[in-house]
Design a binder for this molecule. Structure first.
Ligand code: NAP
Length: 299
């Protein structure tokens, strides 16, 4: 099989998802008499966070939804940030609230996330939504792992009975990824920095999800031939030209693409899914909050 046909094109999938979301958002506006709304709160001037927030705002508007941006100075007190979140909780025009992480060191992230109304927590980080995911109740699922499952199901159809190895156990990616794969009836192993003989563990997997933050760590000879590889990692490394950099994943793409049955590239794989899924979660939240019926599985 050529490498091209093995590539899981997250950029194209995310584009299709955004088109479906725009149709649903227009239908919501017609029924509710208002647009679905996403509020994004940014504290401080971290350049990467500013880029993310700008992109989220642009894509929200492009999908026919309302974007509310709240930019607060880096020295904002935690109490003032919590007051902003409370105001957004009470605002009927706001369906989804996202507080851009990381927050400045003087703030307690857990406390801030816990203040968001779980029914507006479109990032899926609130403990109530973590509990809903773990117990199979409808809630909100973190965007990046949900995007990974969408790509896997699009490529493989049913995941039932497949052996999956998730490398990484963060609250944002690894743990919710494992929960989602369990819900899809995979047999799931979660590996981390203390795992013994990681290549041997990875070799068992029909599905490998790498969410580590270590450039090109997973090699082709770690993989079972034909495995489906989802590379969540985004690592900036020095480029071929001096002074230039490039992005690579947690998987060594060249060697892995030789052995894998399908693989996400970096960039253009998982990355573009995250904001698209955020918009999906927002339009879902809008329907739930307005008491309108939506076939969520079609999104
Ligand atoms: P994280 O919180 O730093 O977690 C990394 C995980 O990898 C930890 O569980 C850690 O194990 C494990 N790990 C570290 N070194 C390892 C090793 N040598 N062998 C096996 N496991 C090891 O990172 P994260 O937030 O989950 O993000 C992971 C990667 O995904 C990063 O590159 C990040 O930039 C990227 N990311 C991308 C998106 C997106 O595409 N939109 C979104 C989120 C994150 P311990 O728990 O034992 O320390």
């Amino acid at each position: 099989m050529s490498t091209d046909s093995k590539i899981i094109d997250g950029k194209a999938f995310a584009e299709g998802l955004r088109t479906r979301i725009a149709v649903v958002a227009a239908d919501f506006e017609a029924k509710a008499g208002r647009k679905a709304g996403l509020a994004v709160v940014l504290v401080g001037e971290d350049p990467a966070s500013q880029v993310y927030v700008r992109n989220k705002g642009k894509q929200t508007v492009a999908a026919g939804m309302e974007s509310f941006e709240h930019k607060l100075p880096a020295d904002t007190s935690e109490a003032d940030l919590l007051a902003v979140v409370e105001r957004l909780n009470a605002d009927p025009a706001v369906d989804g609230i996202l507080v851009q992480l990381p927050l400045p060191a003087h703030m307690n992230e857990q406390k801030v996330i816990a203040t968001i109304n779980p029914d507006k927590d479109v990032d899926g980080f609130h403990v109530v939504n973590v509990g809903r995911l773990a117990t199979g109740l409808p809630g909100f699922v973190p965007c990046t792992p949900l995007g990974c499952v969408m790509l896997l199901k699009d490529r493989l159809g049913s995941l039932s009975g497949l052996d999956a190895v998730v490398i990484g156990r963060s609250n944002i990616v690894g743990k919710p990824m494992a929960q989602l794969l369990i819900a899809e009836s995979c047999t799931v192993t979660v590996a981390h920095s203390r795992t013994k003989d990681l290549p041997e563990v990875v070799r068992r997997a029909d599905i490998v999800v790498a969410a580590v933050g270590r450039p090109e760590m997973v090699k082709g000879d770690w993989l079972k031939p034909g495995a489906t590889v989802i590379d969540v990692g985004i690592n900036r490394v020095p480029g071929a030209e001096e002074g230039k950099s490039r992005l690579v994943g947690d998987v060594d793409f060249a060697s892995a693409a030789e052995v894998a049955g399908a693989i996400t590239p970096v960039p253009g794989g998982v990355g573009p899914m995250t904001i698209a899924v955020l918009l999906r979660n927002t339009v879902v939240a809008a329907h739930r909050n307005a008491g309108l019926v939506l076939d969520e599985s079609a999104l």
